[in-house]
Design a protein. Sequence first.
Length: 273
Amino acid sequence: MPELPEVEVVRRGLQHSLPGRAVKSVQVRESRLRWPVPADLDARLCGRPLRSVERRGKYLLLGFDHGVLVVHLGMSGSLRFLERPPPPSRHDHVDLVFGHGTLRYHDPRRFGAMLWHDAGDGPVLAHPLLAGLGVEPLSGSFDGALLHRATRGRRVSIKQALLSGAIVVGVGNIYASESLFRAGVRPTTPAQRVGRERCERLAGAIRATLSDAIGRGGSSLRDFVASDGATGCFQLDCFVYGRAGEPCRICGAPVRSLRQTQRSTFYCAHCQR
């Protein structure tokens, strides 16, 4: 699943090519995503200039004067800008056609979403999908003090607390494992037992891990490609994720794996006590 770094990579790519350009048409070939694509999306967007490309958590927010198109890439989705688009393939479900190219939504598993939030319905951040999200990890609002306060009284593991999105958004499975390794925190540690000093280290590790991943174009494990079709390479240098049985890059001990809430977790028992 594309996580925050991958979505941010897509956002930055689209930000360079789309704002100020008007939509000429919307072509919906398959509306049955996680939620149905609005049937009147072409009528809503045709002739309207796109003003901004923002992100909240793992959601892309394509801003127009009269509302926002909320896009989620789901498990296998991609959003590519094509100056000379080839004929659509089987899983190319939606095209936003501009004068200088086409923004194409591709999603083999159809777990993604493309929803319209009208300006008359209030701020887009009050949308039900966005209103309950935690703080942005790369914002000035996220630090060790916030993480420490938010984890008091939480008996779930620290990794589960990070994945929930209620405290901090966008720290998915890959980046939770990597951040916990960098901070030296065992992923099974109850969240309430992670003290103030370790919360400071963990908050810094989350910011550093996500920033590094964005700089390397995200992680391409299966389906992810950026808006220009490029693949990410952060996964090539992961400390622990996907490296079970291989030597830890720091101490040489074998990387271990376990299952937490049906997700694979990777860690070093020597470096993460």
